[in-house]
Design a protein around this ligand. Sequence first.
Ligand code: FEO
Length: 401
Amino acid sequence: MNPHKITDDIYWVGAVDWSSRNFHGYSLSPLGTTYNNFLILDEKVTLVDTVMPHLRSQMMCNVDQVLNGRGIDYLVVNHLELDHAGCLPDVVEKYKPERIYTSPMGEKAMHGHFNAKDWPIEVVPTGSEVTIGKHTLHFIETRMLHWPDSMLTYIPEAKVAFCNDAFGQNIASSERWADEYDRYVLEHSMKEYYANIVLPYSPVVLKTLDALTSMNLDIQYLLPDHGLMFRGDDVGFALDKYLEYAQQKPKKKAVLVYDTMWKSTEKMASAIASGLADEGISVKIMSMKANHHSRVMTEVFDAAAVLVGSPTHNNGILPLMADMLTYMKGLRPQGKIGASFGSFGWSGECVKILNQWLEDMSFEVVGPPVKNKFVPDHDAFAQCYELGKTVAAAIKAKVEE
Ligand code: FEO
C-alpha cells in the first residue's frame, strides 16, 4: 500500500501483511495484519517506528516516496519488539540519523537486540520533549503496555498520539482508518487482540488511561502500530473500549472448552451446556480439536465462567487441554468462575488436575466436578445438567451483584 497522508506533515509509511496467520503462537484471524509506522516532515525529518523485517522493502519504498530526496534526521523507537524495531539496523545504515530517541528500558533492549553501541541513542523518559521544527515530540513511558520499553509519543501541534501496540488490531486492509472499515469486524478484532496480547497488563492499561486523562491531552489522531487508525470521534471510542476491556466486567456467558478421546467428555459438555442455557446463560462449546487457543481465549475474555473438560489420559489430561490451560494462565484472566468435567477408564485423575489449574488461576471453582467412568449414562447426564445449573446460579450472582 502507498503512503497515506495523516496531516499536512505526517504520513503513514507502513506495510500490510495479507498472508500472516501466526504471531509467536497467537493465531491471527484470517485477516492478516498491518504494521503502521510514520514519517514526519519538518526541519528535522523524523521516522516513528519501523515494521516487521520481512516487510522492509514495502516500508522503505513508502519512506523514500515521501522523503522525495530528503534524509531522516531522527528516529523515535516506541517499542523494541521486532515487529516494530526489526528494520532499525537497515534504517540506521541507510539514513544515518543524528539521534535515536527511545525510553530508558528501550535503550537496554536496543543494545540487547542489535549491535547498537555506536548508534546515537538518546534516552527520553516520561516528560522529555524534543522540538523538531513546527512539531514537538512529547514522550510518555507506558511500561508493561506491553513490554518494559513501551512508550507513547504525542505531538500537541498535530494532536497526534503514536501509541504503538496499544489499541491495535490484526487486520490487513486497504483502508487506513477505523471509520472506513466494517465496524463489527473492527470491534471483534480489537477484542481478540486485547484478549490475546494486552489482557495480562490490564492494571497498567487502567493506570495509563488515568494518566492520559490527567494530562488532558487533546488527541485527534490515535495511531496504533497495528491495524486501523482512529481519528475524530473514534479516538474516544477506542479509549472507552480499552477502559471496558481493562475492567474485565464479565457477561452472562459461559465457555465450555474441552478435548475428548471417544466422545464421552464431549457428550458431557453438551449436557452441561443445556443446564446453563436453560437458565438463560449464553454458552459457547469449544472443542480444542476445532479451535486454536487464541480463538478460545477471545471467547473466555468476556465470559463469567469457564468450564474445562478432559478425559484422563496417561494419568493426566489430554495435551491440547494442557496447551489451552497454559496459554490461558499466562494471560491472567481475572474474576472467572470455573468448573471441571471429564470421563475416564480406570485411574480418573482428570477433574482433580483440571480443578488445580482453575485454582492456580484464582478462579472461583464451583462444583462438584463431574467425573464419569467410560460412557455417560442417564444419571451422568443428570449430574452434568445439574453442574450447568450450579454454574448458571454462580454466574447470575456474580454478574447481577
Ligand atoms: Fe509488541 Fe506489535 O509488538
